[in-house]
Structures are given as structure tokens and as C-alpha cells.
Design a protein around this ligand. Sequence first.
Ligand code: SAM
Length: 291
Amino acid sequence: MKVASGKTAHALLLKYNLRIKKRFGQNFLIDENIIKKIVRQGNLNSEETVVEIGPGLGAMTQHLGVQAGKVICLELDRDLIPVLKETLAEYNGIEIKQGDALSTDFDFLVNELKGSFPYKVIANLPYYITTPLIMHFLESGFNISKMVLMVQKEVAQRMAAKPNTSDYGALTVAVQFYCQCNIAFYVPPSVFLPKPAVESAVVELIPLDKHKVSVEDEKLFFQVVRAAFNKRRKTLVNALANSPMAFDKALVSGILSGMQVNEKIRGEALSIEQFAHIAKEIKEAGKGYEF
Ligand code: SAM
């Protein structure tokens, strides 16, 4: 039974006496063409392992099952597990797990279920936890070769943004520090059940072999980045001085002039390399201090 249609989705929900749970960000894909397009973007082969977060009723999982060697899908909603067991019964190599993606060690899970490395992650993400989930993937350094993720359009635009635009922010720097990021295509609300209030986009993230810039102290680097964008209407010097870290104004001004950058610059105009340089200089100046 193909799950990707409004009619089948309704029939399954009725059969299992389920309601769609907004609190779990449930918007099920009911358009076969969009699903095929997302799966194509994954460029899977029959040797590969793919992890799907939030399989829902299994509409995309069925397609992943045909393309990949092994599919590990992790669903938070316990009520959907019996549905998935039915809709995925005829597909080989699919492992259904119940759990919370936010607290899952995916390398451990793939290893436990005898998947292969590196693996891919393909998901129509629950939008209420998009950013923490993406950060979980980036910061954990999992052995992933590629991620294809459906996210809210605005989030996609922030992830792929360039400096000096209103979308450029802490999320941009974090994503582009770890990955090459591009927006593959946009997706209208009409392909979901229920229709979300927002437009969506599919982004492709390819983890970089080496981080975009070499940073000695990642924690300090991200403290500087967060401080810069927390007060994005202030100059960088003031934003950093007014942050919980209270970076010294004269120090930051001095670093900027050493970089031949206007002292009145705002964080949104700085490249990732420039942020890294500022963090490095702050670290140098503060040797002996605990940041
Ligand atoms: N993949 C399905 C599809 O495209 O039709 C469903 C996508 S729906 C946007 C998001 C799915 O993620 C839901 O099935 C929801 O229950 C599940 N989910 C929500 N929070 C989760 C979490 N923390 N960990 C794992 N799955 C989660």
C-alpha cells in the first residue's frame, strides 16, 4: 500500500483511531512527486544506510526502502509505530525505532543496527525543533556524508544566507562552519496533510572534511558569534561589550582596526573567517583568563 496520498493517510488515521498531533510537528507528505524529488536529492545507492527522522506514516520511508541498503527510521510518537509496522512490512532493510531524535546518538544507533558508515540523513523535519535538531547534528560530529532536510522556508534561507543580508545570523555561521549548504528547491504547503501555515524548502547539507575555518577555541568562537547577533542592531564593539562575556571595547576596537575594518561595523557584515580571526585575537589577548 502506497502511503503518499491524502486518501490513504486519512484511512490509516481512521483505522488506528489517531489524530494528527500538532505538538509533534506532524505534517504528513501526501504528494508522491515531492517525495521522489527529495529522495533523488539524497543520491542513494543500494549499499548505503540512511537515517530518517520522524517517518510519520511511512510515506517517504517506503521510497527510501527501495533506494537504500538500510533505512533506520526514528519516530517519537509511539502511536505511529504500529502504523509503520504495517506500511513498511513489505520493504526489506527497514528498522523502525521509537525515540527522541534530539537525544539520540546516531552513530551509536547506526552501529547498533549494523548500518554502514558514513550514512545519510533524509527527513521532513518536525518544525518545532528544527534548529536544535540541526545543531545536535552539527555539533555531535556524527559520521554523516550528507543531509537532505525539509525545513521551513525562512529557516532554509537563514541557513544558506550570505553576509550583509537580514537572513545572515548565528544559525548561518553555525551551519556554514560545519557544512556546505544549499537550498535544493522550495515546497508549497499543499503537499502536506494538514497544510502548514508556512512554505517549506529542502536543503542539502554536506559536512566539510575540515571546518570552514580553523578555530582553536570553538566555544569562544560561538560565544563571539552569538553575542554579535544577539544585539544585531548594535555595532559589533557594543554588542560584544554588552554580552554576558562583556568583551572589552578597546580590545575589540583594536582587533577591528588591525583587520582594517571600520570600528562601527555590525556583526552581520562579518564573514565566518573574520569572526574566527576576532575570536583568535580575543583568545590571544586573554591568555591566562578563563572565557
Ligand atoms: N516523514 C513524514 C512525512 O514526510 O510524511 C512525517 C514528517 S512530520 C513533518 C515530522 C515527524 O517527526 C512526525 O511523524 C513526528 O511525530 C516526528 N517527530 C516529532 N518530534 C520528533 C523527535 N523529537 N524525534 C523523532 N521524531 C519526531
